[in-house]
Design a protein around this ligand. Structure first.
Ligand code: PLP
Length: 402
């Protein structure tokens, strides 16, 4: 294992908060991000998962006889949880071999007149094939919801992701770029649909002083600890404890509750997000430039494949997502790197059918490509705190296993 250092790099590139962000101010977060991204008005919700749940609820009202939602078999467990909490049924679609996208043939096969929506996912900021999802959806009369939870700032043909499908959502959770500890932004191209999403939220999302107090305290803790020294306490030490217990699912934070809270986001957290959002465009540019410098170095390593965007797309870069030739070499690389504090981690531990705790939420389904992706992938943080020296140490270790 590489020697441990005094500080700890985060697994993703979150925008660090500053003391001044915590002062009160105008609650203009959603309007500000919409202006920066060039989108229609964005709807702020209490999490990415809540945003998806609201979108599903609104679409189900339009198509009450449809109750299946097609999602990738390798994605965040919260996506399946949102479908379940909306009273709908998860239908999995396997990935393309060695690729983050859903397989277009499997996607068509997964859709029928019961399909309410398909959820193409911009995994790790990589731009998904939304056109394939639209084609499959239109063929059966279903909707497309773009999961852009990890892709704030990603663009396709010059436009923000989330506008090609019917609905899209971004996450503002801890570690996901811009964060108010937990939050989400909903977007929709069509004004009538935007109006529906707003009305659905007004009906089903209550105020909760308890939840807002809790999230405000969590946001203060995040502001204090999201830096290389604090992260050792808040992230690195719990990670290493979980790995020592043989519990990789809690090490990466894949163990979610089976229902998520729904509540409105208070003005103070919106103001904090609005202050930080002023630095978002420059931060995203910095991450993109760092990636363009580092990708060629990674590509020179034999046997390693880096997930990249399709032509015309410019994704966001919270981390670099890699595939190694087989699970054995991936695990050997992680044995060197996962606990080294260098920001190397795994994205999700399993394909969705392989989480025991999701047994009532996710159908048992044969998804070999998703399982292969889970077994061979690892992530390298694209945080600006990962120095060129850190990155070279990671590449050196990977060279031994590619
Ligand atoms: C984090 C995440 C979500 C859920 O967003 P939250 O804001 O954490 O609720 C959904 N999909 C993907 C791909 C994610 O990474």
């Amino acid at each position: 294992m590489l020697p441990r250092r005094h500080h700890e790099l985060p697994p993703t590139a979150g925008l660090p908060l500053r003391l001044g962000d915590l002062l009160s101010g105008a609650a203009t977060l959603a309007a500000q991000v919409a202006a920066q991204l060039g989108t229609p008005p964005l709807q702020l919700e209490c999490s990415g998962t809540a945003s998806l749940l609201i979108a599903l609820t609104a679409l189900h009202e339009l198509q009450p006889l449809r109750h299946q939602v097609v999602i990738p078999a390798f994605t965040c467990p919260l996506v399946a949880i949102a479908v379940h909490q909306a009273g709908l049924e998860v239908k999995l679609c396997d990935l393309r071999a060695g690729h983050y996208d859903m397989d277009p043939v499997a996607l068509q096969a997964a859709c029928n007149e019961q399909t309410l929506a398909i959820v193409p996912t911009h995994l790790g900021g990589r731009v998904a094939n939304v056109d394939a999802a639209l084609a499959a959806a239109r063929a059966v009369g279903a909707y497309v919801i773009e999961d852009a939870a990890q892709a704030l700032g990603a663009r396709h043909d010059g436009r923000s992701v989330g506008l090609l499908g019917d609905v899209g959502f971004f996450s503002l959770a801890a570690g996901k770029g811009l964060s108010i500890y937990e939050g989400g932004l909903l977007l929709a191209r069509d004004p009538l649909l935007r109006d529906r999403l707003a009305r659905t939220a007004a009906r089903i999302v209550p105020r909760s002083i308890g939840w807002e107090c809790r999230r405000s305290l969590e946001l203060l803790g995040y502001a204090a600890l999201y830096r290389p020294r604090g992260l050792r306490l808040a992230y690195g030490n719990p990670l290493r404890r979980a790995l020592r217990r043989g519990d990789p699912i809690s090490a990466v934070g894949d163990d979610f509750p089976l229902t998520v809270p729904l509540h409105r986001v208070g003005r103070w957290r919106q103001a904090v997000g609005a202050h930080a959002a002023a630095r978002l465009p420059a931060f995203l540019d910095q991450l993109s430039a760092q990636t363009q410098r580092r990708l060629p170095r990674l590509r020179r390593i034999d046997g390693i494949e880096v997930q990249d965007d399709p032509p015309g797309a410019h994704g966001s870069w919270p981390f670099l997502l890699l595939l190694l030739p087989d699970q054995q070499r991936r695990d050997a690389a992680l044995a060197q790197l996962w606990q080294a504090g260098l920001g190397v981690s795994r994205l999700y531990i399993h394909a969705l059918p392989d989480y025991a705790y999701l047994a009532d939420v996710v159908p048992a389904q044969h998804v070999p490509h998703a399982r292969d992706f889970a077994a061979r992938s690892l992530s390298i943080s694209n945080s600006p705190w990962v120095t060129d020296e850190d990155f070279e140490a990671i590449c050196g270790a990977l060279e031994a296993f590619g």
